[in-house]
Design a protein around this ligand. Structure first.
Ligand code: UD1
Length: 427
């Protein structure tokens, strides 16, 4: 069994560069299907979710050259299959991002129905309703969704019930090739959506309003391949900022490679908690919070506080001088992390989608298990300040979205390592 072992209590210092954003890279990779030929993506994070998306594209007939560790040249000229198979969708739900581009280019897609996962139900009904409005017909059989737009896609107005990131992206990627104009109302505004629209426009699409609640897409006849750099990962950056807020030495920790504007709400909330930040040329420097103030945080679609930073924020608030409340509005199961943090001495009470956090004076190292990607990273961060040794298991979750997490923390001075321990011997 692979674990990450952390010895708490060592100061962090220096500078850490974040990788390209997972949530952008995956959609950009899917979007290469829209432009026959070779699209080159740079600043691609070397993480397991990107490897899964690579497999999805290869199964369809794409050829992928790994030019260097962070550069992929994806040739979609010979794509001749339109299926995202169950074993890959089950591994990574973001595989469903190929539905929009497949419909845009080929007018058909066969996607395994994503089942439940450890973040709750995670339905795709809004993707389907929006695509139906564009003229796609759907059928489900044997656990697969069959989408057919052989009669063509026609631009229309779509109002999303909720500003879903995935639905907004799938609708944009289908409608770039529709006849006429599509308007998506109540669109998600995440920076990764702006990155996707930017690349599609470079390819020849006509998308305006990305990053606002109303996105307008004028369909075009064809898209051509480009070279595009993936935006920096704001969530990875935020995770290192929390590590610095807890354990930075006197010189602080600088985090580079991302746009601090993408973390506006996070920084505002952390400043209210007493975390000192300073802009640097390359990003942000964080210093250790002398005293952590309690806070009230609600997760919301961008520009609200991101659900992907909720466990890291909970780690910080668990050490505050007072009582905090965190309300999770996006994913129903995102508090599983809390019970692991309680094993390290946190005092957290969950009531439906609210967490009441009574600040404690310290964590004690323990054996804990990553419940999911961000929760796993937050447990490693908690281990940095815990007294003694923390052993985090189920670390494959962390590898889905953090490139060289252990190595980056070690370079800052953390005592953290990958280790292998025997599997528990249970009959
Ligand atoms: C993306 C991100 C994820 C992030 C989330 C919210 C990727 C690969 N993942 O996920 O890291 O936490 O945005 O910022 O980019 N919903 C429906 N029906 C739908 C679509 C969504 O009910 O058709 C619900 C979901 O169950 C969830 C909420 O809407 O409760 C938000 O989902 P959405 O914004 O779509 O998130 P993802 O695109 O899955």
């Amino acid at each position: 069994m692979d674990i990450i072992r952390v010895e708490g209590g060592h100061h962090l210092e220096g500078s850490v560069a974040v990788s390209g954003a997972k949530n952008s890279a995956l959609k950009l990779m899917a979007a290469t299907l829209l432009a026959p030929g070779t699209t080159t993506l740079t600043n691609v994070p070397n993480i397991s979710d990107v490897h899964v998306m690579g497999k999805v594209l290869k199964r369809m007939g794409a050829e992928i050259e790994v030019v260097d560790e962070h550069t992929l040249a994806i040739d979609t000229s010979h794509v001749d299959s339109w299926e995202a198979p169950y074993e890959l969708v089950a591994k990574m739900r973001a595989s469903t991002a190929v539905m929009g581009p497949l419909l845009g280019r080929f007018g058909k897609a066969k996607i395994a129905m994503p089942g439940g996962c450890n973040l709750g139900a995670r339905k795709i009904d809004m993707h389907i309703l929006g695509l139906q409005a564009l003229g796609v017909e759907f059928d489900t059989e044997h656990g697969y969704i069959y989408a057919d737009a052989s009669a063509g896609l026609t631009g229309t107005n779509v109002t999303l019930e909720f500003a879903s990131v995935g639905a907004t992206e799938n609708l944009i990627m289908a409608s770039v090739r529709a006849t006429g104009t599509t308007v998506i109302d109540n669109a998600a505004r995440e920076p990764e959506i702006v990155d996707l629209a930017t690349m599609l426009n470079e390819m020849g699409a006509k998308i305006s309003g990305a990053g606002t609640p109303v996105v307008t897409i004028e369909g075009v006849e064809e898209l051509t391949p480009v070279t595009h750099r993936v935006v920096g990962d704001r969530i990875e950056a935020g995770t290192f900022l929390v590590a610095g807020a807890l354990m930075a030495g006197p010189a602080g920790v600088e985090v580079t490679g991302f746009n601090p504007m993408h973390l506006n709400m996070v920084i505002r909330k952390f400043e209210a908690m007493g975390v000192p930040f300073e802009r640097t040329e390359g990003g942000l420097r964080v210093r250790r919070a002398e005293r952590i103030e309690p806070i009230d945080i609600q997760t919301l679609p961008f520009p609200g506080f991101p659900t992907d930073m909720q466990p890291q924020a909970m780690t910080l608030s668990a050490l505050a001088d007072g009582n905090s409340i965190i309300t999770e509005n996006i994913f129903e199961n995102r508090f599983m992390f809390a019970s692991e943090l309680v094993r390290m001495g946190a005092d957290i009470h969950i009531e439906s989608h609210h967490a009441m956090i009574h600040g404690v004076t310290g964590f004690s190292g323990a054996q804990v298990s990553s419940p999911d990607l961000r929760g796993g990273a937050a447990l490693v961060v908690a281990g940095l300040i815990a007294e003694g040794i923390t052993e985090v298991s189920a670390v494959h979750h962390i590898a889905r979205g953090y490139e060289r997490f252990v190595e980056k923390l070690s370079a800052l001075g953390a005592r953290v390592e990958h280790a292998s321990v025997p599997d528990p011997d249970i009959d």
